[in-house]
Design a protein around this ligand. Structure first.
Ligand SMILES: O=P(O)(O)OC[C@H]1O[C@H](O)[C@H](O)[C@@H](O)[C@@H]1O
Length: 281
């Protein structure tokens, strides 16, 4: 069965061997096993902490949590009652449809269920609809977040940030992220608020994560390589103008994500953010 719907998750199985697992809680992709052109045996491409809670008690530490409608602690007044990184990653989503099921890709759409909407309404008043489409191809995983502002009047606009919080499984002492050279970024590991909010300029050809790293790059190119000696992942994004490189030391993971800061949707408008993760080598 290429799309295996279980009580708490949906498992995608590609006819050539790759698979992906998506928890309904948070629509979190918790596993993506894929081979590459030169090494077809599927291996795990994402880092999910062995200590991650997968029972819906808290957001999953690993995989690909969906960050929406705020990145980090809320700053916009509409988000004031929301937790860090918003409500998408800690509400239960529902299987909606199998979008595609063939050799080109196995794809499902999840939406937020009515119970989730009811509880979110208490924290977030703006009317909206969210859908999340995850597509598994032979050497790729594609995630699409569809956001619709369902308000009827033209006001107020809906401001939001969105980010795919990828935990890419990579050797932390060897991995490099590029091309970020010349971009300005904010270094969230700095000790003072002033230093954290002062833009730096990236001088490295390939950005390493040898020490604690939490850098937000602005106006990034939308195509990134996360490479190490024996492999790598390419990340290609659409409608996501920034990228974050994060490595929380001991977890030995690195993170590529993208967000739209200061973006908004007028009533009735729709936005789709997309990323494609491709196995290299
Ligand atoms: O612990 P979480 O709420 O999952 O956040 C984990 C991390 O997310 C992003 O990468 C932020 O840039 C980090 O500052 C934050 O520490």
């Amino acid at each position: 069965m290429p799309v295996d719907i279980q009580s708490d998750r949906v498992i995608l199985k590609h006819p050539k061997g790759p698979s992906a697992e998506i928890l309904f809680y948070g629509a979190s992709v918790i596993s993506w096993k894929s081979g590459s052109v030169t090494s077809p045996e599927p291996v795990e491409r994402l880092f999910t902490s062995a200590k991650a809670a997968l029972d819906g008690s808290k957001p999953v530490r690993g995989g690909i949590p969906v960050v929406f409608p705020c990145f980090g602690p809320p700053t916009h007044p509409d988000h004031a009652k929301l937790p860090q990184h918003g409500f998408a990653r800690n509400n239960v989503w529902t299987y909606n449809a199998t979008v595609m099921d063939n050799e080109a890709g196995v794809s499902v759409r999840l939406i937020l269920g009515p119970n989730a909407y009811a509880s979110i309404k208490e924290q977030y008043a703006h009317p909206f609809e969210l859908a999340y489409v995850v597509t598994l191809a032979e050497h790729e995983l594609c995630t699409n977040l569809h956001v619709q502002n369902t308000a009827l009047s033209t006001t107020p606009a809906m401001e939001f940030q969105a980010l795919f919080h990828n935990y890419i499984r990579a050797p932390a002492n060897d991995v490099r992220v590029s091309p970020l050279l010349g971009l300005s970024y904010y270094d969230k590991t700095e000790a003072t608020e002033e230093a954290r909010t002062t833009a730096k300029k990236e001088t490295r050809e390939g950005v390493d994560v040898l020490k604690f790293t939490d850098s937000v790059y602005e106006d990034a190119p939308g195509r990134y390589e996360v490479l190490w000696g024996t492999g790598g992942i390419e990340v290609v994004t659409k409608n996501l103008k920034d990228v974050v490189v994060w490595n929380p030391q001991a977890e030995a993971g690195s993170k590529i994500g993208d967000m739209e800061a200061g973006g908004w949707l007028e009533a009735g408008e729709k936005w789709i953010g997309q990323q494609v993760l491709k196995v290299k080598l």
